[in-house]
Design a protein. Structure first.
Length: 546
């Protein structure tokens, strides 16, 4: 990385960003400087709130002005100052010479417009292509980013595509005008491990083909190791360490960088006894959704979301369920909890519950709890933290006295590492990791025996993931909890699970002890998952060793 503007396509110097808070400016980014050369990949790395995305948005003047301002600094692109650029200049730069891929494609794409319309609109606005030529160019772009059966997808709406397919569409839109710089803001965070690997390889190949520079915004060090030649570590709005990626990540000098590297999920669970009580058991469990067609809506087939799965889960043990989106992981958990209809046997602590309906299941809900993936969406913004945590107490009428209720809420919050006075605040006042602790407290206040954890760490920063994993281990050891841990993040599964089930298209392709699955997978699909998840680590370790 150069130390000045010479040879740099993009040069940022002493950038400061402030937002108006209670009528006064509050600086959130300060003294940020870096250069990005043509063809280079530079990664801005840090946890949520570090200022990395805010910095990237400043380049294209996409912050909410006038609420946001730049008290100091310079942003020079191809020799031209961008800080004082007028709207006409920025229109020529945005989407033409600098493009951006946002983190969540579902919220970035228009849900009411077809894929053809959304990609084509960029070509019409920026290149003035006639409508007759737009369709052919859209097809060319979608094929270039590896969208299979591109022609049949032109009329699709975003919700009809998978997460990986939507991200490919976003990349096609960003590359439509062959930009000089592509800003990729957490481009793989919400994707399965195999899809993540495909998207990263796609970005690398397109970058090499087009010679563009890539500014990568991420908190995932595995992605940084694979993609970036240069890395800047951000904390609290400052760059605390910078340099060549291999040197920074193998020999970090700043304590925060060391903390990030140490925070990657590691280790394996402690050995468990096979004599513990069997909490949950399923036999040939099936969840088939009918496919209806014709005027009479006759059933012509079935979507076999879960197709004949048998498992056993003991107290104090964790069964990890892994697989790509659509493999049936969450549907399996919902069936065990009797939240959806199924066929086959389900027993809870030795009693068959597969025929139980809502009324019969209600007494068991206290002992069978769930923690969901999204700590932002699973907590009501209109309820106080205390009311959220006490929902189960209220439903089961376990603490009718107000003093007893508050005492139990305080105990549950402190048990997950939060202050008791958090009960009088609201979810928006907490970070993502704190919100997930609130969700865990809501489940644990009922002293359950079985907890389904549905992607509980996927929306969190790496260091926060590690904290939640440690918390879940501690609670399991303390209370002998049985966990069904659903995830596509194999590093987290390895850190928590005793046994692993690998699912694909509703069926089990492989199952066994975690040691067996991770160290000596037998099925080709499992091997592909492992390669996608751990190749980045191996490659980095080899680079350091050499």
């Amino acid at each position: 990385m150069s130390n000045g503007t010479s040879g740099a396509l993009l040069s940022i110097r002493d950038l400061a960003i402030a937002f108006m808070v209670d009528g006064a400016p509050r600086t959130v980014v300060e003294e940020v400087s870096f250069d990005l050369a043509k063809g280079e990949t530079l990664a801005l790395v840090g946890e949520s709130g570090s200022g990395k995305s805010t910095t990237a948005l400043s380049i294209l003047q996409l912050l909410p002005y006038p609420a946001a301002s730049h008290p100091a600094g310079s942003i020079i692109f191809d020799g031209q100052e961008m800080m004082a650029a007028d709207n006409a200049t920025m229109r020529k730069v945005r989407g033409n010479r600098i493009s951006m891929i946002f983190q969540e494609p579902m919220s970035s794409l228009n849900p009411l417009q077809t894929i053809e319309r959304q990609v084509g609109e960029i070509l019409e606005l920026h290149q003035g292509l006639p409508k007759a030529e737009v369709r052919a160019r859209v097809l060319e772009l979608l094929s270039k980013v590896g969208l299979q059966n591109a022609e049949s997808r032109l009329g699709a709406l975003p919700h009809q595509l998978s997460g990986g397919q939507r991200q490919r569409v976003m990349i096609a839109m960003a590359l439509a005008n062959e930009p000089d710089i592509l800003i990729a803001d957490e481009p793989t965070t919400a994707l399965d491990v195999t899809v993540q690997a495909q998207i990263l390889e796609l970005l690398q190949s397109l970058q090499a083909e087009m010679g563009m520079a890539l500014l990568l915004i991420t908190h995932d060090l595995s992605v940084v190791r694979k993609m970036a030649s240069t890395v800047c570590i951000m904390k609290d709005g400052h760059i605390v360490e910078r340099g060549e990626t291999s040197k920074v990540l193998s020999r970090p000098s700043h304590d925060y960088t060391k903390h990030l590297i140490a925070s990657e999920p590691k280790g394996t669970p402690a050995p468990r006894t096979d004599e513990a009580e069997t909490i949950v058991e399923t036999t040939d469990l099936k969840v088939w959704f009918p496919i209806k067609s014709g005027l009479l809506r006759k059933t012509t087939g079935h979507v076999k979301a879960v197709d004949g799965i048998s498992l056993s889960l003991r107290a104090g043990h964790t069964v990890g369920v892994v697989g790509e989106s659509g493999s049936g992981k969450t549907t399996l958990g919902q069936a065990i909890l009797r939240l959806i209809s199924s066929t086959g046997g389900i027993s809870y602590r030795g009693a068959g519950i597969d025929q139980y309906r809502s009324k019969a299941m209600r007494p068991l809900r206290q002992e069978m709890q769930v923690v969901f993936q999204d700590p932002y969406g699973s907590l009501s913004p209109r309820m106080s933290v205390g009311d959220i945590v006490a929902e189960g107490l209220d439903v089961h009428r376990l603490a009718p006295a107000p003093d007893d209720r508050r005492a139990r809420i305080a105990e549950a919050l402190e048990e997950v590492g939060l202050e008791a006075d958090a009960m009088d605040r609201y979810p928006h006042e907490f970070s993502g990791g704190q919100r997930q602790r609130i969700a865990i407290a809501r489940a644990m206040i009922l002293k359950p025996k079985f907890v389904m954890l549905d992607e509980p760490t996927s929306a969190l920063d790496m260091s926060v993931q590690a904290q939640i994993v440690d918390l879940l281990r501690d609670l399991q050891d303390r209370y002998g909890l049985a966990y069904l841990f659903i995830s596509h993040d194999l590093k987290v599964v390895r850190a928590l699970a005793d046994h692993v089930i690998v699912m694909k298209d509703g069926r089990v392709v492989e199952k066994g002890s975690a040691v067996q699955i991770f160290d000596a997978p037998a099925a080709d699909y499992t091997k592909a998952l492992m390669a996608a998840a751990f190749d980045l680590e191996v490659a980095s370790a080899n680079a350091v060793a050499n």
